[in-house]
Design a protein around this ligand. Structure first.
Ligand code: SF4
Length: 238
């Protein structure tokens, strides 16, 4: 079994493996690994790959309280399809109440700062809880998702969170993703068929137009080509 003892060649080691091999390398490292899923098609592929291989990797999602009904249903459908439990992490009600009192429930439309504040409460705080004690954080980041993600490596140190991020789908194309999902009957969000390649919170996601980048529908009212929610802080200049 290959190990993760040398960080120097981790990138090359991961690059040479197939998806299950990449996940297995992390799962069998002897250190805790957490996969955070947003239930998008990439994450569904990872969930399926982890579940079908029976790997000891925790699968968690951030239930922000503003998700699409289709996404909430997909959590249940995915658990049933793979006979797994997806752990839900939710924001602190007190923090949500304070935000709503100060900005309004949809205050994130008013300014980038108000949007970041909402993402902080509904996503970043629950994420920190979900990653507590983890040595590896597995994500569904893919180079083809946006210009901002075009150089996504297979592994990277997240110094702020004191862990190593593993991006096992970094070099996969959207065609690869769709083919895997079809072959393995991975349940998908029906919103993908309605023009939503990237799906986040309902009020902050719209369908994209033909020719637009995959993440153009996220926080579309903001005038910043590097729009991100802050989860992937090491790469994203928010
Ligand atoms: S995506 Fe929108 S609703 Fe969701 S946490 Fe961020 S600002 Fe709030």
């Amino acid at each position: 079994m290959m190990t993760l003892s040398s960080k120097i060649d981790l990138e090359d080691t991961l690059a040479a493996l197939d998806l299950e091999g990449r996940l297995r390398l992390v799962a069998e490292s002897g250190r805790p690994a957490v996969f955070t899923t947003s239930l998008g098609i990439e994450d569904q592929v990872l969930t399926g790959a982890i579940a079908m291989a029976g790997l000891p990797i925790r699968i968690v999602t951030l239930d922000t309280g503003r998700l699409f009904d289709e996404t909430l249903q997909l959590i249940e459908d995915t658990e049933a399809r793979f006979d797994i439990t997806i752990e839900r992490y939710r924001p602190r009600q007190e923090a949500v109440d304070t935000y709503v009192a100060e900005h309004g429930r949809n205050g994130f439309y008013e300014s980038v700062e108000a949007r970041h504040a909402c993402c902080h409460i509904r996503k970043l705080e629950p994420l920190a809880q979900a990653l507590e004690g983890a040595a590896y954080w597995i994500t569904g980041l893919r180079r083809g998702q946006s210009g901002n993600r075009a150089t996504t490596p297979f592994s990277e140190e997240d110094k702020a969170r004191h862990l190593t991020k593993i991006n096992p789908l970094a070099d996969w194309s959207i065609e690869d993703i769709r083919a895997f999902a079809k072959t393995h009957e991975v349940p998908l969000n029906p919103l993908h068929e309605r023009g939503y390649p990237s799906i986040g919170c309902a009020p902050c996601t719209r369908a994209i137009k033909p020719g637009e980048p995959e993440r153009a529908g996220r926080w579309w009212w903001e005038n910043d080509a590097k729009r991100e929610c802050g989860l992937h802080v090491a790469r994203a200049a928010r």
